[in-house]
Design a protein around this ligand. Structure first.
Ligand code: SAM
Ligand code: SF4
Length: 318
């Protein structure tokens, strides 16, 4: 079992398989970074898998592949199949912007994927273009349909932004309710890479939904980043509330970048690399580095203060 320095059990590994992305979301990567990590510096799927196996053996039972845009990484389905075949019971999911999903949903499903989170901030074509700085909505909606058709369980991620898509919160909730997808509203997390924007906090999101629906809080699952709320008809939506002081109390997550940096917290810059250890097939050393990173995992993020994070979401994977 993996335990951090604050006695929190860590059983959830998020792997950013690439920092590259085909969108330029205003809140994440408004401009192409000065330089991408060169391909040769990325850990191969074979090498990533060595670490994945070891971390599963140490107690990881939930894995999310993210990015950047994970579907840009060639043959992602082969990596999914490796993990699924090694440990079919591990809860394996990906987070994607959905743009390429129409083409890849079936191969992901056939590789063993069961769940997928798709980012959908708006149902308005112009607003989607404004946020991603590209005409994306039709592709994303087609991708969602295809994922549903092949039988992937869908969650929708939405970042409500003042004056941009906050007027669509109820429309998006109703779209997801109608389709049978859970929606999770994510508080915008201020970071120096994002364009200046103002997100809605959880109480503002709740107030908008309360203008039409009655709902109550659901008891939060241990370690879940999302607080659930249940409408009178039984539909559950979630809000991810990183600005709340208690948000990190039961954090169970550790992140790995495409280059092999283990990042203990989404907010902070700290990281240690397992790349050399993995490339040398020294898995024991990689596990020791993992345990050191966990010992140094900070107690809390600082989104409740006035500081912006310096971490780029497209590198850590959100
Ligand atoms: N490209 C994929 C996507 O957009 O779903 C996966 C990577 S993206 C970094 C993962 C999640 O982080 C997305 O749901 C995105 O909306 C969210 N995200 C990115 N920047 C954010 C920010 N500044 N605050 C809150 N959520 C953010
Ligand atoms: Fe790309 Fe996802 Fe970041 Fe948007 S949120 S720029 S889709 S990594």
């Amino acid at each position: 079992m993996l335990i951090d320095g604050f006695n929190r059990k860590v059983d959830y590994l998020r792997i950013s398989v690439t920092e590259r992305c085909n969108f330029r979301c205003q809140y994440c990567m408004p401009e192409k970074p000065f330089s991408w990590v060169p391909h040769e510096n990325l850990l191969s799927f074979e090498n990533l898998f060595l670490f994945v196996k070891a971390s599963i053996d140490e107690g990881i039972n939930k894995i999310r592949l993210t990015g950047g845009e994970p579907l840009l990484r060639k043959d992602l389905h082969t990596f999914i199949a490796m993990i699924h075949n090694y440990a079919p019971d591990v809860d394996l999911a990906i987070t994607t912007n959905g743009y390429l999903l129409r083409d890849y949903a079936l191969s992901l499903k056939e590789a063993g994927l069961k769940r997928i989170n798709i980012s959908l901030d708006t149902l308005n074509k112009e607003t989607a273009h404004y946020i991603a700085q590209k005409d994306v909505l039709n592709n994303v909606l087609d991708g969602i349909e295809e994922a549903n058709r092949v039988g992937l369980k869908i969650k929708i991620n939405c970042v409500p932004l003042k004056g941009v898509n906050d007027m669509e919160i109820i429309t998006l909730l109703e779209y997801c309710k109608r389709k049978g997808y859970e929606i999770r509203f994510i508080e915008f997390m201020e970071n120096i890479h994002a364009n200046v924007m103002k997100g809605l906090d959880s109480s503002e999101i709740q107030k908008i939904i309360a203008s039409k629906y009655t709902f109550t809080k659901v008891e939060r699952k241990n370690g879940s980043p999302s607080q659930g709320y249940i409408l009178e008809d039984g539909y559950v939506f979630g809000i991810i509330e990183p600005h709340l002081d208690s948000f990190c109390n039961d954090c169970n997550r550790i992140r790995l970048t495409a280059e092999g940096y283990l990042i203990p917290c989404l907010y902070f810059e700290d990281a240690l690399s397992i790349a050399d250890a993995i490339k040398a097939k020294n898995i024991q050393l990689a596990v020791e580095i993992l345990k050191t990173v966990l010992q140094n995992k900070p107690e809390k993020n600082k989104w409740g203060s006035d500081n912006d994070s310096t971490r780029a979401f497209y590198q850590t994977g959100g």
